[in-house]
Design a protein around this ligand. Structure first.
Ligand SMILES: *Cc1c(COP(=O)(O)O)cnc(C)c1O
Length: 228
């Protein structure tokens, strides 16, 4: 893609961000396009496959593009945790979708070499069968208990993530319902656990990011609207 088109697409999305942050999702893009975005001063990128992220992150490291912040946003298999932890400039995981994955992340924590890793718990607000994520408040509470019980951990509870419904004719209404649900769940957890910091909300993609921002998103994850 032309570098100027990438810069233009980024600028168009950024003008509507309000206080939200933009994660540019690079899963369809060759590394050259990601570098183009970086050169137009965008530093937050999301990938959903460990192998693809590793390839891009290592390229960035060799090129000394050190301001990059990598966000992992895909379903993470337990046997890929070690590989993910070794990725340079890994900043956050948005897709912690089960207690067992959290346990694996904790077990392998010593493989993580960065200063801190922000975790988002993924919540299946649409209840679509093909989506992963925590389904109940009890499961989420257990995950928060587990994370909070550990002192001196680099793993930091940072927020919640969700995706809007895809299989629906009422696309806008359903997406908004999912986003509002996530905000309510976050507010309840903040109250029940007396959390000192508000949970950040990771929600909104190319098709629905304006709805997500209107519903209070802190991180939108946008791919095709930038790179296609
Ligand atoms: C692919 C992906 C996105 C971005 O999707 P677009 O529709 O291309 O903006 C956001 N979040 C997750 C979890 C994804 O897998």
């Amino acid at each position: 893609m032309k570098k100027s088109d990438i810069a233009k697409n980024l600028a168009a999305i950024k003008k509507d961000l309000k206080s939200a942050h933009l994660i540019a999702v690079t899963k369809y893009s060759p590394v050259e396009d990601v570098v183009s975005a970086y050169q137009s001063s965008h530093y937050d990128f999301g990938e959903n496959r460990v192998a693809d992220l590793k390839e891009k992150a290592e390229y960035f490291k060799v090129q000394k593009l050190t301001k990059v912040r990598w966000h992992f946003i895909g379903h993470l298999q337990s046997n890929k945790v070690r590989e993910l932890y070794k990725i340079p400039n890994l900043y956050a995981i948005h897709s912690v979708d089960s207690l067992s994955l959290l346990e694996e992340l904790i077990k392998r924590e010593s493989d993580f070499t960065g200063p801190e890793l922000k975790l988002f718990f993924q919540v299946n607000t649409s209840h679509e069968i093909e989506k992963s994520g925590f389904e109940t408040a009890e499961e989420l509470a257990a995950a928060i208990d587990l994370l909070k019980s550990r002192t001196h951990s680099k793993l930091k509870l940072y927020g919640l993530m969700t995706m809007g419904s895809i299989r629906t004719t009422e696309f806008e209404a359903e997406a908004t319902r999912c986003f509002r649900d996530l905000k309510l769940i976050a507010e309840n957890l903040e109250k029940n656990f007396a959390l000192k910091e508000k949970l950040k909300l990771s929600m909104g993609m190319s098709q629905d990011y304006l709805l997500a921002i209107a519903a209070g998103s802190d991180f939108i994850r946008v791919g095709s609207a930038i790179f296609k």
